[in-house]
Design a protein around this ligand. Sequence first.
Ligand code: FES
Length: 56
Amino acid sequence: MYVCICKGITDNHIREAVGNGCDSLRDLRRELGVGSQCGKCARHARQVMREARSAN
Ligand code: FES
């Protein structure tokens, strides 16, 4: 499912990035560009990141 439409980033992309060491929204923005345009995805991205962390 798409989390960030502007950058075409899915929840899987975010999980993968968390697995590779991304630990904050800032990391995700730097690695994937999530939240770097309209910013509407930030909340959802944070939630997916939290879930991915607790699954690891
Ligand atoms: Fe992520 Fe717009 S949906 S920056």
